[in-house]
Design a protein around this ligand. Sequence first.
Ligand SMILES: Cc1cc2nc3c(=O)[nH]c(=O)nc-3n(C[C@H](O)[C@H](O)[C@H](O)COP(=O)(O)O)c2cc1C
Length: 184
Amino acid sequence: MRIAWGITGAGHLLKESVEVMETLRGKYEIRVFLSKAGEEVARMYRVLDRIESFPVIRESKQGSSFSSCGAFNLGKYDAFIISPATSNTIAKIRLGIADSLIPCCASQALKSRVPLILLPTDSKPIVDTKAPNGQIFRIYVRRVDLEHIEALRNEGVIILEHPAEIKKALEGVKSGMRRVIKID
Ligand SMILES: Cc1cc2nc3c(=O)[nH]c(=O)nc-3n(C[C@H](O)[C@H](O)[C@H](O)COP(=O)(O)O)c2cc1C
């Protein structure tokens, strides 16, 4: 199975996402889509080198039309995971804004019926998280961010709370693909 994995500019659950991505290396063919902010934040949390050990498409090296997103229309990926997904990226996907790399890929994935799996950082009313220096702090998630997640769930997007759920979600996508092949 060919997986596209979006990494946005989120510190929350970033290290955990990279760890899961590493455990799936070899089992799936993974290509990373890295937002500009994702590149900066991954450097701050000291995981950029681990991300760069995968094939990476960087927003920082792209133009404005994101031709790399066309691969989702052409059936080159079997699933698109965005983990972690910032509230910025979630809002853009929900509202159909495609003016940056990862929301553009998500938009094309949805329009081409490629399963979309999201791990939003702001997924519950209160989130405790860690700054790059290790300091723990609390954020109170806005209602609008929770509404975006709920709307995407209602649209058939797979929403996760922790990277540990990614393996099972991919197995679900895989068995769904087998069922479709059998019906055809
Ligand atoms: C150290 C650091 C950590 C951040 N962590 C988060 C986060 O966990 N969740 C979030 O929604 N935004 C977070 N941000 C803010 C985003 O990086 C910012 O909104 C950015 O524009 C998102 O762009 P993107 O969605 O294209 O990656 C963080 C910013 C910094 C500097």
